[in-house]
Design a protein around this ligand. Structure first.
Ligand code: URA
Length: 262
């Protein structure tokens, strides 16, 4: 990628392009990330092994089956079409969050999207408007997507939880479990080429791990009924608080872009 294109992408994300020389990541770093990302094997040809380096996908084996995969295998949700699923989520009373929400937030975008973005749970603004990622963090997510040539109409955006936890507290395990069937069905219907998990809670819930986001980034995981390649990146709300991390997030997005282009 030439320098002006790189700058345009970074600026679209709100990454400050001018950085003092001494602390600047080198173009070699940038190119290395791009190279690593572009050499990821296609999802149809997983490389052996369940653990992953930056360039390899874990094998799609039984060990990768999480409670998300197990959930709802027998429930009605597993055979719903997109519209029935959306209406079912809107009327869901499977956990206590239905008592405190304004409305459930199923998701937004295209059911034929190549990229599925999965956040944590609706916040106050999302709960009010019925659409995921519409607050300040959502605006940054839009810029992040724009940086790789996408927008919220061409991707699909949803959350692990479809209802807002009171006071934006962290989702509880029973709530995640109650919602898992919906996410599983969304993934089946969309059958995305790549999943982007944004934020620690999303990544830890989906991958059922306590590993830090720092350790979960920069490698490929597999997730969902079809074992789609999943990449973890920082939550845009965190990036708003820690803009210095946007550059790392840009590396994550480039890996996603490279696999989408594969
Ligand atoms: N944060 C999330 O994780 N999801 C949203 O929809 C909004 C903010």
């Amino acid at each position: 990628m030439d320098e002006s294109t790189r700058r345009a992408y970074l600026e679209a994300m709100g990454v400050t392009v001018w950085v003092p020389r001494g602390s600047r990541g080198t173009d070699a770093d940038t190119e290395e990330t791009a190279r690593a990302a572009s050499s990821v094997p296609p999802a149809t040809e997983p490389s052996p092994g369940t653990s992953t380096g930056p360039t390899s996908l874990p094998e799609d084996d039984a060990a990768a089956v999480t409670s998300f995969e197990r959930s709802a295998a027998t429930s009605d949700v597993a055979s719903m079409d997109g519209e029935t699923l959306r209406r079912t989520i809107l009327g869901c009373t499977a956990c206590g969050l239905c008592e405190t929400r304004t409305q459930a937030v199923p998701g937004v975008g295209s059911l034929t999207a190549d990229l599925l973005v999965i956040g944590e749970a609706p916040g106050q603004e999302e709960d009010r408007r019925g659409e995921p990622f519409v607050g300040r963090a959502g605006q940054l997510l839009d810029r992040m997507l724009a940086a790789i040539g996408l927008d919220r109409q061409t991707v699909y955006i949803t959350n692990v939880l479809k209802c807002r936890p009171p006071n934006n507290r962290d989702p509880r395990a029973d709530e995640v479990q109650a919602c898992a069937a919906y996410l599983r069905r969304q993934i089946e219907l969309i059958d995305p080429k790549v999943i982007l998990s944004v934020g620690r809670i999303s990544a830890q819930s989906l991958l059922e791990t306590d590993e830090t986001i720092g350790r979960l980034r920069e490698r490929w995981h597999r997730f969902g009924p079809n074992g789609a390649p999943l990449r973890v990146t920082y939550h845009p709300a965190y990036l708003l608080r820690s803009p210095g991390q946007k550059r790392k997030s840009w590396g994550d997005l480039k890996a996603v872009r490279a696999l989408l282009a594969d």
